[in-house]
Design a protein around this ligand. Structure first.
Ligand code: GAR
Length: 200
């Protein structure tokens, strides 16, 4: 079977990108990395991707001011050149326009650090604690025009423990993200959209 070409979009350290890329290095994987694209040239994940020998590119959103459409047009070029068929947002912290999202509808995934539909947006760990949650988690979903609201493709959960802080929750959740996202991508790239559930 021909492997689907996946572009991974990052903004920072890219640990989820690395988890996806390492899994895609397996010979039996239905997908391969065609590009790691960052909206910040200084993103630490770009260095780590280069070390793995992955193709990388950066499009600095700050060069486009408030013009999101121009930023996205600039991203569309390297994406098209890479032959990307699937986009994985992995700690990509820019809001995308409905037009860009429509162009990738059904082919763009995101990982979000909460049990959606709870806590869309930012500061998810602090909000889960403030709400008195006994469990917390992460979600991989299809990206649709409404923020953090597309069809759920997988979730992983962890217990909230006494004394947890936003930082401790984030640190315990990240390894679960690294298990969940590759598991979801494997299924998704082989045409199977049944959700993955991982209980920590
Ligand atoms: C991850 O926790 C991811 O879930 C979160 O950012 C972190 C990126 O870490 N994403 C969002 O908050 C998306 N709104 P990474 O760069 O090490 O993968």
């Amino acid at each position: 079977m021909r492997r689907r070409r996946v572009a991974i979009l990052i903004s920072g350290g890219g640990s989820n990108m690395l988890a996806l890329a390492r899994d895609m290095a397996a010979a039996d994987h239905p997908a391969e990395v065609c590009l790691v694209l960052a909206n910040r040239p200084e993103a630490g994940g770009l260095v780590r991707a280069r070390e793995l020998g992955l193709p990388v590119a950066a499009v600095d959103h700050r060069a486009f001011g408030a013009d999101r459409a121009a930023f996205e047009a600039a991203m569309a070029r390297p994406l098209a050149e890479s032959g990307a068929e699937i986009l994985c947002l992995a700690g990509f912290m820019r809001v995308l326009t409905p037009r860009f999202i429509a162009a990738w509808e059904g082919r763009m995934l995101n990982i979000h650090p909460s049990i959606l539909p709870l806590f869309p947006g930012l500061d998810t760990h602090a909000r889960a604690l403030a709400a008195g949650m006994a469990v917390h988690g992460c979600t991989v979903h299809e990206v649709t025009a409404e923020l953090d609201s597309g069809p759920i493709l997988g979730q992983a959960v962890i217990a909230v423990e006494a004394g947890d802080t936003p930082a401790s929750l984030a640190a315990r959740l990240l390894p679960m993200e690294h298990r969940l996202y590759p598991a979801v991508l494997r299924r998704f790239a082989s045409g199977d959209r049944r959700p993955v559930a991982i209980l920590g």
